[in-house]
Unconditional design. Structure first.
Length: 296
């Protein structure tokens, strides 16, 4: 390959991205970042670099992060065994205290990484300014402790940060009626924020490649599915565990104004850019039942 051809190929990539850059300029994208994709500092820095690039080409990114694996690691250090029910963390008082400490630590690490790329970032929790008010959740009638359902989101807070040219990075801790901290599933928090902000896109970055018809067969990855198809996968038991709240969030988002929701493996280099700025994309997308599929 000649030097000239190498640079021409790079130019072709930029040209392919041009219509997407034009289409999504000045649009809000909510990125939920979590799972094993957050364990390695190199991967974290690469993901934050991609998010910064989205901002610099005209997107308005908002990051909602998890930190479950890091919370588990610290709980085990102090002799507490993590417990989950249907993909949701059972959160007693000591677990809540540890979760809040760890999530704040992760939040500021992500802020620092974003700032290192030369942009402004600001870290907030759902408690700050009552960004996310919650009530106690009882999924399937189970008492999971300090786990919250979101009652309300204050979009004007995030709109103000975006207007002032910040990337908001949100920690999923909410404020209950008694002003106690509540743990919020990060997928649920991202979905609520995407709806409140009328986001164009919502992207889930974790350690899941996407949605499979057969979880044991990688060739069954579904590139696109309508909300009704996603609901059927939950009802017939094709998906389970932590994928259930994720898919439920996808369905809820597209039925409440979010154009397209992406499920991506954050460990894949530049997966967010590939999904948004190329014709092929990676991972799985959930769209409204009346929306046309790109990859039918």
């Amino acid at each position: 390959m000649t030097v000239e051809q190498k640079y021409l190929d790079k130019a072709d990539v930029l040209i392919e991205a041009l219509p997407y850059i034009r289409r999504f300029h000045d649009k809000v994208i909510v990125v939920k970042y979590g799972g094993a994709a957050m364990v390695d500092d190199g991967v974290m820095r690469r993901v934050m670099g991609d998010i910064v690039l989205l901002k610099l080409v005209g997107f308005k990114p908002i990051v909602v992060h998890g930190g479950g694996k890091e919370i588990n690691r610290w709980l085990e250090r102090i002799g507490i065994e993590p417990h989950f029910e249907n993909g949701l963390r059972v959160t007693d008082e000591p677990t809540m205290e540890m979760a809040e400490m760890v999530l704040y630590k992760v939040n500021k690490e992500l802020v620092s990484m974003a700032e290192s790329f030369g942009v402004k970032a600001i870290g907030v929790s759902g408690k700050d300014g009552a960004l996310m008010r919650v009530n106690k959740a009882y999924p399937d009638g189970e008492d999971l402790g300090y786990v919250g359902n979101i009652d309300s989101v204050r979009p004007e807070m995030l709109e103000g940060f975006l207007e002032d040219d910040y990337i908001p990075i949100v920690c999923p801790i909410g404020l209950g009626e008694e002003f106690h901290s509540y743990n919020i599933n990060a997928d649920v928090a991202a979905c609520a924020i995407a709806k409140a902000m009328h986001a164009e896109k919502l992207a889930f970055l974790s350690d899941i490649e996407g949605v499979y018809r057969d979880p044991k067969d990688p060739s069954t990855l579904i590139s696109e599915l309508h909300a009704s198809e996603a609901r059927q996968l939950i009802e017939d038991g094709t998906v389970g565990g932590g994928m259930v709240p994720k898919l439920q969030g996808c369905i809820d988002a597209v039925e409440n104004g979010v154009t397209r929701v992406h499920i991506l493996d954050g460990r894949i280099r530049h997966c967010l850019l590939l999904e948004i700025f190329t014709n092929k994309g990676v991972g799985s997308s959930v769209i409204g039942d009346n929306a046309p599929k790109f990859h039918s």
